[in-house]
Design a protein around this ligand. Structure first.
Ligand SMILES: [Zn+2]
Length: 223
């Protein structure tokens, strides 16, 4: 009752264009069409794979969406990053086909969200990718491991850095928790893959002195 009165005065709106939408629908049908899918497979043949592979050898990679400026995808990811990381988890999951989920499930032994530095997480109040990583973990029935891959040094925003500067800056930024894990095929989960340098550095850290393999999942790829 309270909810329906609330909806009367404050109806749910599309997070991209503000048009009124049915309850529990993050975007309207027009914006939904503009959330561009990549149609990548979980393999070695796509652009996300090569972005990361340029920095460190990985097994496979996948990204369900393309990231474009001013697109609904950008608006959703921005909202997820700075306001509420929980709202679009099921929506993003719905963009991944059953076949891809099965492919991932066949090989991956643990899911690892990319960590933020402790001070950044404290300031923001959350790590924006953790709720989605948990949703993926539940859908695949694969454990999520937090607090194993850790981010050490502070890093200023990457937005205005060029490729070389980013690569130098990100080196040595990650380390591992005390108990060493071996013989895993980790799936690193991030929201956005741009140059692949962060994901590559994480993969390198996870493979140091251990018999681990790493694959990569990024919600969106900046093509
Ligand atoms: Zn819309």
């Amino acid at each position: 009752m309270l909810k329906s009165i609330q909806n009367l005065f404050f109806p749910p709106r599309c997070y991209s264009c503000q048009k009124i939408v049915p309850e529990l629908t993050p975007v309207c049908s027009i914006c939904d069409l503009k959330v561009l899918k990549t149609h990548f497979s979980f393999d070695k043949k796509n652009a996300v794979f090569w972005s990361v592979q340029n920095h460190f050898p990985i097994e496979k990679a996948y990204s369900p969406l393309y990231f474009e400026k001013n697109s609904p995808t950008q608006k959703l990811l921005h909202h997820q990053k700075y306001k509420d990381p929980n709202l679009f988890c099921e929506y993003f999951l719905s963009k991944i086909s059953r076949e891809i989920l099965q492919e991932i499930k066949k090989e991956i032994t643990a899911i690892l969200p990319i960590p933020l530095s402790p001070s950044k997480e404290k300031n923001r109040g959350f790590n924006q990718i953790v709720p989605f990583a948990k949703t993926l973990s539940k859908a695949l029935d694969i454990p999520i491991i937090e607090n194993y891959l850790l981010r050490s040094t502070e890093s200023s925003s990457q937005v205005f850095r060029n490729k070389e500067e980013r690569k130098i800056q990100i080196q040595g930024n990650f380390h591992l928790g005390k108990e060493k894990m071996s013989d895993h095929h980790f799936l690193l989960v991030d929201d956005l893959c741009t140059t692949g340098s962060t994901l590559g550095e994480c993969a390198k850290t996870l493979c140091q002195n251990s018999n681990n393999k790493v694959s990569v999942f990024s919600l969106a790829y900046v093509g």
